[in-house]
Write a protein that binds this ligand. Structure first.
Ligand SMILES: Nc1ncnc2c1ncn2[C@@H]1O[C@H](COP(=O)(O)OP(=O)(O)OP(=O)(O)O)[C@@H](O)[C@H]1O
Length: 624
């Protein structure tokens, strides 16, 4: 109240007046507070009154004074307060029936709990075509399928495939049916999410070949884009195999050969016709595709019918050279150039048919925002996992591993890690094993250690980005031919690579995310074969690893316990093997450093031959 006392030099009567006015004012305020309390109890208080209530009686006074001061027409202070109280009461009365949440109170301190917006997926994502995971009881006999061309049936049989896998059984007839529709109808684009090793490759290879087979001339009509060279080479090999007797040609553009050589394989120049295409199906890496779009003369996608993106989520994460933008731009420019001013039947019928987009991956997230960038036309999703958006969010994230895969993890200390690792080979006698580390240096060290420790009995090879492509292919070939027992690799080999002979996968370093985990363990347990995957986890990594696994909704992983005595039994040669490995690595580093210094210095200058000047030497002798 002191704040509102204005000291004036007046007589005693005037002072009494002020006191009585204040008392009256106080009474009215109390009355007002009582009134508000009543209102509050009845739940009919307006938001304005709530604000006033929160600020307490002294604030009320202040606010009322402020309001009244603004009112120029009010003659004296007493009247002012009276009017204010009445005004407020009238105001409150007028709003008394309105619900409390009708107005937003700015600056109000009680926060309303926000209603969480439920994620609603587009219909095509929430209502996927379900694919079975069961590769043990197959019912789709290849020979009985009328929709498959006899030439293809013959090749499929020659590859030893008698039954189609569930993903193939669903996706192949769907694509074929979509392309049977007459011209104005456009095929639905598709996304396929099925476990590793479930046969996704054949589910796009077979329908594409069947639709394009026996061409009249060669044009690029199918483009298959992959994230890495090895994968592109693998898919091109499958296409080449199944294109036998179909008149189709396949080209691999992935940077394994020089650009010029790839261009020769792709286009040919003739005096009469200009540039002629030599291929029908291109299997490429995204980066190399952009190079050809910009540098290869005559490279035309006017006739492109299929665009397949394998390992689509990986390509989405890392759009190499902005390839999709360049591809679409190239197609747009070509379409504009081919437009004629006259519209007649021949120009309409010769117009380019839309490109059918097919996306495949074992870890394709049904994220509408990510999928949006592909510009899919009325897409359909084929998925193994149920995607029911409204009930359980975890289900949306779920990735599936093959039923035949046994997943384990081992917890140990950092010191025990190499011993635990070696136990799988020394005691459990594992061969045909693929091991993953998180860096190429780590892969190199581990390879050296195992080779020394196993003293030649265990055949171990390294496979990382540090090696050139020819060496990597050689390692894979030797592994397939059982000339190598263990491959130590980085994640370069984690995705898509098909090694049917691989029985075990060991993650020496735990994977950094769930997708890497799914693809690593997916190198075994493929095509219905049994496989075992083990992840070695250091004590302080257990929490992180479990979180990664849970994010996929995977409950199949089990802890493996290795007895202390088993580890102790391996200690005998351990020290010496570690010592020898360190020595070897140091020696290698020393050689590398020496080489790089030599390279920096440039070629050694040849020692100049001195010309013997007889006169000079004679003179020098004289002076000496
Ligand atoms: N119908 C079939 N019968 C027998 N084997 C098959 C059949 N279809 C595919 N395979 C074999 O299964 C293996 C895995 O197939 P594929 O590479 O297509 O799997 P994927 O689903 O693409 O796996 P990833 O996601 O790891 O790339 C291959 O060796 C392939 O030859």
């Amino acid at each position: 109240m002191d704040l509102f006392i204005i000291n004036r030099y007046t007589d005693a009567n005037e002072d009494n007046d002020v006191v009585s006015r204040e008392t009256l004012h106080l009474q009215r305020l109390k009355q007002k507070i009582e009134e508000r309390k009543k209102n509050y109890k009845n739940h009919t208080i307006t938001p304005d009154t709530i604000t006033l209530k929160e600020q307490g009686p002294s604030q009320d006074h202040k606010i009322n004074n402020e309001i009244s001061n603004e009112n120029q027409d009010v003659p004296d202070e007493q009247d002012k307060t009276e009017t204010n109280i009445e005004d407020t009461t009238v105001y409150n009365k007028s709003k008394v029936d309105k619900p409390i949440n009708e107005f937003k109170v700015l600056g109000s301190t009680d926060f309303e709990k926000k209603i969480q917006v439920e994620r609603v997926l587009p219909y095509w994502l929430s209502h996927a075509y379900r694919i079975s995971k069961n590769l043990q009881t197959l019912t789709c006999v290849v020979e009985d399928q009328d929709w498959l061309h006899s030439t293809l049936k013959a090749t499929v049989a020659s590859e030893g495939v008698t039954h189609l896998f569930p993903v193939q059984e669903q996706v192949i007839p769907f694509i074929l049916k979509e392309h049977k529709q007459p011209e104005p109808f456009r095929p639905h684009d598709i996304c396929v999410s099925a476990p590793t090793g479930s046969g996704k490759t054949l589910s796009f290879v077979l329908p594409i070949i069947q639709i394009l087979m026996n061409p009249l001339g060669h044009h690029i009509r199918a483009l298959i884009v992959l994230p890495v060279q090895e994968l592109a080479a693998q898919i091109a090999k499958v296409f080449k195999k199944y294109c036998t007797n179909t008149g189709l040609r396949v080209a691999l553009l992935c940077g394994s050969a020089p650009l010029q050589k790839e261009q020769q394989q792709l286009m040919r120049y003739t005096q009469t016709l200009g540039w002629i295409c030599e291929t029908d199906i291109i299997v490429c890496t995204a980066g190399r595709l952009v190079e050809h779009l910009h540098n290869t003369e005559g490279f035309s996608l006017k006739h492109l019918k299929f665009l397949v993106i394998d390992e689509a989520d990986r390509i989405m994460d890392n759009i190499q050279n902005d390839w999709l933008y360049h591809l679409e731009k190239h197609i747009q420019v070509e379409m504009q150039m081919s437009k004629t001013p006259h519209i007649n039947w021949s120009t309409i019928s010769s117009q380019k048919s839309p490109i059918h987009k097919l996306l495949f991956s074992a870890t394709l997230s049904p994220d509408p925002e990510l999928l949006e960038q592909w510009g899919l036309f009325q897409p359909k999703l084929f998925s193994v996992t149920p995607i029911n958006d409204t009930t359980n969010k975890n289900i949306i994230k779920k990735y599936s591993t093959p039923d035949e895969l046994h997943e384990h993890y081992v917890v140990c200390s950092a010191e025990e890690k190499p011993l635990i690792f070696y136990n799988f080979f020394a005691n459990l006698k594992w061969d045909k094993t693929l091991c993953f580390t998180n860096s190429s240096q780590s892969a190199h060290r581990l390879t050296a250690l195992l080779n020394i420790w196993g003293s030649g009995k265990l055949r171990v090879a390294e496979l990382s980005a540090a090696l050139d492509r020819a060496s990597r292919e050689l390692v894979l070939r030797k592994f397939k031919q059982s000339e190598i027992d263990v491959i130590i690799s980085t994640d370069a080999l984690a995705r898509g690579i098909d090694i049917p002979e691989c029985d075990h996968v060991i993650s020496y370093d735990p994977p950094r995310n769930i997708k890497t985990y799914i693809h690593r363990v997916g190198r075994t347990g493929r095509a219905g074969r049994k496989g075992t995957a083990v992840t070695i986890v250091i004590n302080n990594q257990v929490h992180m690893f479990k979180e990664i696994i849970q994010s996929s909704g995977n409950n199949n992983i089990q802890q493996m316990v290795i007895q202390r005595e088993v580890i102790d039994s391996l200690l005998e040669n351990y020290e010496s093997a570690i010592f020898e490995t360190k020595r070897l690595i140091n020696e290698e580093t020393h050689i590398k450093v020496k080489k790089s210094i030599e390279l920096k210095r440039g070629p050694k200058s040849k020692p100049r031959k001195r010309k013997h000047n007889e006169n000079k030497s004679i003179n020098r002798q004289q002076t000496l």
